[in-house]
Design a protein around this ligand. Structure first.
Ligand code: HEC
Ligand code: HEC
Ligand code: HEC
Ligand code: HEC
Length: 146
């Protein structure tokens, strides 16, 4: 029966590994902060961090507002958090994965492009200021507070 045990163990390991690779749950900005204090501090001062505060009353529960003013369209993840631009972090947050660019990208880390910005900065439903994304993208963690 011993070989059978190894087969079972193997299956359990495969399932557990498969889940951790497939898993792309949102973990929230506080978890990123543990290792990225500098980015967190500069992000915290931006309008992105405070985007949820723009919603008043029922708007804070309105999916049509949450999709751009919260992360993963969830009021539990208020504001345009790290994972709105970098992708859900549960699978890439581990130090060993994070240190390896290719492994992190394979686990769901996104390096944002101008298209990432334009997923929310569509020009609708608000009249928006003209933002030069190509110029802003390099300094996205240095945005000044509004
Ligand atoms: C356990 C520590 C740790 C956690 C937690 C963590 N990171 Fe990282 N991250 C690192 C390390 C180490 C690097 C590689 C060195 C560096 O660039 O700072 C890195 C690199 C990055 C990079 C640059 C990747 C590249 O290859 O250009 C991004 C973007 C990033 N992390 C975003 C995040 C986000 C978003 C979260 C939260 C969802 C997060 N990290 C959570 C440690 C961590
Ligand atoms: C998930 C949606 C979303 C994404 C993705 C997004 N933004 Fe924003 N952005 C917003 C919202 C909402 C505001 C308004 C925040 C406020 O007024 O509190 C905003 C505000 C801004 C502002 C105004 C200044 C400020 O800090 O308030 C700039 C500049 C900006 N975004 C640039 C970018 C760039 C560059 C990218 C891509 C790297 C990007 N945004 C990606 C939703 C998003
Ligand atoms: C498609 C993405 C998107 C949706 C959906 C969205 N917003 Fe916004 N919102 C933005 C962006 C981007 C900004 C920043 C505008 C800028 O600075 O140019 C913003 C800014 C704001 C502001 C700050 C004032 C202003 O106009 O700059 C308020 C208030 C606001 N939004 C409320 C709402 C409400 C209420 C809803 C739901 C009815 C909503 N938003 C839906 C993307 C969106
Ligand atoms: C609005 C989109 C957006 C948000 C929100 C955002 N980032 Fe980034 N991040 C970017 C872009 C774009 C770059 C690449 C910037 C560049 O080319 O210098 C980047 C780069 C990084 C890097 C690489 C090193 C560096 O500083 O350039 C790390 C680490 C990182 N982000 C972590 C975070 C963490 C942690 C948060 C949340 C506290 C966060 N980011 C929030 C868009 C975003």
């Amino acid at each position: 029966m011993k070989p059978m045990r190894w087969v079972l163990l193997g299956l359990i390991v495969m399932v557990a590994f498969g889940m951790s690779v497939a898993g792309n749950d949102y973990i929230g900005a506080a978890k990123c902060k543990m290792c990225h204090k500098v980015q967190f501090t500069s992000w915290e001062a931006t309008g992105h961090a405070k985007a949820f505060d723009q919603l008043k009353g029922d708007e804070a529960a309105n999916p049509d507002c949450l999709k751009c003013h919260a992360t993963n369209a969830s009021a539990e993840l208020p504001g345009v958090q790290c994972e709105s631009c970098h992708g859900a972090g549960s699978a890439y947050k581990k130090m060993t994965v994070m240190k390896d660019h290719d492994a992190a990208v394979a686990a769901g880390l996104l390096i944002p492009t101008v298209d990432t910005c334009k997923s929310c900065h569509t020009g609708a439903p608000h009249d928006q200021k003209t933002i030069d994304y190509a110029a802003e993208i390099g300094g996205v963690h240095e945005h000044k507070a509004k």
